[in-house]
Write a new protein. Structure first.
Length: 260
């Protein structure tokens, strides 16, 4: 939480007036800014000083094996395109794994003034913003019929994948209350935890996109997974209130949301 707070403050207060693209990844529109890199360097430096034997996996290349069995999975700026354009939906996400199992996570959303956090078996909480300074326990929404569910999604930066995702969304829209596209997987997962969404799905996420948010959603009572019988991952990530999860997952499987 300390590392996420420091990185969030750097990103919020240190954003240059004329922020530019430092590099691209999967396509020309999948961008990295100088602030992504600076935030990851701050987080890894802060943690390495206090946890010198732990490993790291960071979106911008901070990778170290470690010797303790603990690995920090870091997305220093989830929602980079939003951040580049001055939109407020972006976050710092840090997950913690112990021998490969997710055990803790934090998602800081500085423009909301909110920080979400969870420890496995200990529940999920939020502080700041409309919730105030004291931790408030998160609960996902009660079950709703699928046709009354508000569901969020995201789109890939590779044009062929995005085109297929648009077709899946076109099929889904008439069967749901509505669809949202926020631009930050970490925040979408936390919004499921907080009851601001009934569900969320996306194809193409990386470990750093969901390491913290997946645990936060589950600790708030939501169900998470990928294709039926498979954990959430790159092929498909689904998170939803218990009554929405299975029908949403089943429908996504029927629509082939996990492939082109």
């Amino acid at each position: 939480m300390e590392a996420a707070e420091l990185a969030g403050r750097l990103l919020r207060d240190g954003r240059p007036a004329h922020l530019g693209v430092a590099a691209t990844k999967s396509s020309p529109v999948d961008v990295v800014t100088e602030m992504d890199i600076a935030a990851e360097k701050l987080i890894t430096g802060y943690l390495a000083e206090r946890r010198p034997y732990d490993g790291f996996l960071g979106e911008e290349g901070a990778t170290a094996e470690g010797r303790s069995g603990v690995r920090w999975v870091i997305d220093p700026l989830d929602g980079t395109v939003n951040y580049l354009y001055g939109l407020p939906t972006w976050a710092v996400s840090i997950g913690v794994e112990l021998h490969g199992e997710r055990v803790a996570g934090v998602v800081a959303a500085p423009m909301r003034g909110e920080t979400y956090h969870a420890v496995r078996g200990g529940g999920a909480y939020v502080t700041g913003g409309a919730y105030g300074d004291d931790p408030v326990r998160l609960r996902c929404r009660p079950a709703a019929p699928l046709d009354e569910a508000l569901v969020s999604t995201g789109f890939n930066y590779v044009a062929s994948v995005r085109t297929h995702q648009a077709e899946v969304a076109r099929e889904l829209i008439p069967r749901l209350r509505d669809i949202r596209r926020g631009g930050s997987a970490a925040i979408d997962l936390c919004d499921v935890a907080a009851g601001r969404l009934d569900g969320y799905y996306e194809r193409g996420l990386h470990p750093w996109d969901l390491a913290a948010g997946d645990l936060i959603a589950r600790e708030a009572g939501a169900r998470t997974g990928g294709r039926p019988g498979v954990p959430a991952g790159g092929d498909l990530t689904v998170a939803a209130s218990p009554g929405v999860f299975e029908p949403l997952q089943t429908l996504l499987e029927e629509l082939g949301a996990w492939h082109d």
